[in-house]
Design a protein around this ligand. Structure first.
Ligand code: SF4
Ligand SMILES: [Zn+2]
Length: 153
């Protein structure tokens, strides 16, 4: 399988621009800022929990069978979780909220999901860094070792 230009741009947008964007946000001084933040469509959400692991900041939890942003200061708004939702329930919107708290987000315990594996080599989170990927209307994971193969064919 070879990735389309759209897939490659999607991955680059999430992995590269994430850090640039976070840096810009952290330079702000206001407690209330207008910025991108994850929005969850509860009607579409089935509570499957697949979005928990991609959120490295620990901002999403399942409450009463639905995904919720439990603390907006933990959501960096980069939408790393979006591609993995099989129901299309996740999006990002720009609105006023609290400033992203990078220090607190980085101190959150990493949510491990033992059910996710690289769809090419089968590597798990224990041994590899996995990235969420949306391809041909499917949500999947790819490890950083296999990603170049997808990009270059
Ligand atoms: S991945 Fe999508 S459907 Fe599953 S819990 Fe998260 S928002 Fe809900
Ligand atoms: Zn792999």
């Amino acid at each position: 399988m070879k990735l389309s230009l759209y897939d490659i741009l999607y991955i680059l947008l999430l992995t590269q621009l994430k850090y640039i964007f976070q840096s810009n946000i952290s330079m702000g001084v206001n407690l209330t800022v207008k910025r991108m933040i994850v929005k969850i469509d509860e009607k579409k959400c089935t509570g499957c929990g697949k979005c928990i692991a991609p959120c490295a900041e620990g901002a999403i939890k399942i409450i009463n069978g639905k995904a919720k942003v439990v603390s907006e200061e933990l959501c960096d708004g980069m939408g790393f979780c979006i591609g993995i939702c099989p129901e299309g329930a996740l999006s990002v919107e720009e609105r006023y909220t609290v400033e992203f708290n990078r220090e607190k987000a980085e101190s959150q315990p990493k949510q491990k999901d033992t059910s996710i594996h690289c769809f090419i080599c089968g590597a798990s989170e224990d041994t590899s860094y996995l990235l969420p990927l949306r391809h041909n209307m499917q949500s999947m994971w790819v490890c950083t070792r296999c990603l170049p193969k997808l990009i270059h064919g």
